[in-house]
Ligand binder design. Structure first.
Ligand code: COA
Length: 426
């Protein structure tokens, strides 16, 4: 425990099951839930939260007001983190420090509580040698100052499936489909996702609550999820090579509008992906499929009428923070062979410095240097560029990358393949 003005900071033990520590953990759960205006946790929600948080071995960082009218006050600041992994391209997965449930009570905002919790947490991760940190955000203006940049984005689409409007150009498939209940599908879903994680740049390991969801629990209420279904695709040999988890809903006033809400789709082959979409489009009593998809989804190219696929939003998803520049840059793949000196400005210090990057046959050697930089950027932009979501020159046009060697750096750093895709929410 350490003190800071009229506040104390403490790390709680998520595994405590009795005594004052268990009560503190329970109050922490209520505090972050209230922080997002969701009220305190119901018994079922608390059970759900404790189960997955314990499975992930999370660290709970709490801030307390030193004085309170009540005996066991809830924390005024919460900050949860744990270890996962991320695919950084070229089939390489790196350890990832994952952060969530960041809240500060309205009575204590803008007094540096988040800054303090973030500084302690990232310093701890860096000391343990974790090269990257990541989070998803409620508001876009908070985390750039802490060196997090938008590293992957998601597109929201509404696909018009009414009156046979959704027609695929290529329907060839010698595989088959099976509709399963969630627990039946779980082993197949987990195997397909593991393969997806191993092969997709930007994919992030799933926190334990995904296991609870796949087992048939509703993540919002903690109750049994009786509505979700899973369809799996089997290849010609009967191996599951894709799945979609979805719910049917009625939306809108007046004439009913049946909506298929796609909660997750991963396919290991293009054939499986197309067949799953055609299944979703064919569901009766529904005119629309709503889904989050990769930014460069081929869906509008796969159908005969591209206008049946309407983009309704494009938004930031995974925000990445580089904690160890050398480890992070040496792990990711590179395109052209060249050398640049990169200067990173980081007011938190973790990524600050000058680095000579030499690339050869797709790999980089990175060493600290005092040489004049050819490219200058800040830690937020380094995080944004890391997975290759948007080209270096686009960041340069935005005034975020500077220096005489920007074009060389772009030729080295930009990926030729699809944009990174992270479907893991946390
Ligand atoms: C976001 C939140 C955690 C910030 O906590 P806080 O303790 O007030 O933050 P700090 O006092 O440490 O502020 C650090 C810096 O971030 C800025 N900042 C904080 N919240 C901000 C916001 N919502 N938008 C823009 N800037 C913000 C502060 O102005 C400060 O800037 P400075 O470094 O230039 O002085 C708090 O407002 C909150 O709980 N909001 C509701 C829940 C939420 O949105 N959580 C984020 C989940 S991803």
């Amino acid at each position: 425990m350490s003190s800071h003005d009229d506040l104390t900071f403490e790390t709680l033990d998520i595994h405590a099951t009795e005594g004052p520590m268990a009560a503190k953990v329970a109050a922490y759960g209520d505090a972050w839930h209230r922080g997002f205006h969701e009220g305190s946790l119901s018994e079922k929600q608390r059970e759900f939260w404790l189960e997955h948080s314990r499975a992930d071995g999370v660290t709970l960082r709490a801030a307390y007001a030193a004085s309170s009218l009540v005996a066991d006050p809830p924390p005024v600041g919460t900050f949860t983190s744990w270890g996962g992994s991320i695919n950084v391209g070229g089939g390489t997965q790196l350890p990832l420090h994952m952060i969530t449930d960041v809240t500060v009570a309205p009575t204590h905002r803008r007094r540096g509580i988040l800054s303090r919790l973030m500084t302690d947490d990232l310093a701890d991760a860096r000391t343990r040698g974790v090269p990257l940190a990541a989070l998803t955000v409620s508001e876009g203006g908070i985390y750039g100052r802490f060196g997090f940049g938008v590293a992957t984005r998601q597109r929201m689409v509404e696909v018009d499936t009414g009156h046979g409007r959704f027609r695929l150009r290529d329907t060839a498939d010698d595989g088959s489909l099976q509709l399963l209940e969630l627990p039946q599908a779980r082993p197949h879903v987990e195997r397909v996702f593991a393969r997806h994680l191993a092969t997709t740049r930007g994919a992030v390991s799933r926190p334990a609550f995904y296991g609870q969801i796949e087992e048939g629990r509703d993540w919002e209420s903690g109750d049994k999820d009786t509505r979700s279904r899973v369809v799996v695709h089997l290849d010609a040999d009967g191996e599951v090579d894709g799945y979609a988890r979805f719910q049917h809903k009625d939306e809108g006033e007046g004439p009913q509008r049946g909506v298929v809400e796609l909660r997750g789709l991963h396919a290991l082959t293009d054939v499986a992906w197309r067949r799953l979409w055609s299944f979703l489009a064919d569901i009766d009593l529904a005119q629309v499929v709503k889904s989050r998809v990769p930014v460069d989804t081929p869906l509008h190219l796969a159908v005969t009428d591209p206008r049946v696929v309407r983009s309704t939003a494009l938004f930031d998803f995974l925000w990445v923070r580089v904690l160890d520049v050398i480890a992070a840059l040496e792990a990711r793949p590179w395109r052209e062979d060249a050398t640049v000196v990169l200067a990173v400005q980081d007011r938190m210090g973790f990524a600050d410095g000058r680095f000579r990057i030499t690339t050869e046959k797709g790999r980089a050697t990175v060493v600290a240097t005092q040489d004049e930089p050819g490219v200058t950027l800040d830690a937020e932009t380094l995080g944004a560029l890391y997975l290759g979501d948007q080209p270096v020159t686009v960041h340069a046009a935005a005034g975020r990358v500077d220096g005489p060697d920007v074009d060389t750096f772009a030729a080295m750093a930009d990926h030729a393949g699809p944009t990174p895709w992270c479907s893991t929410g946390f």
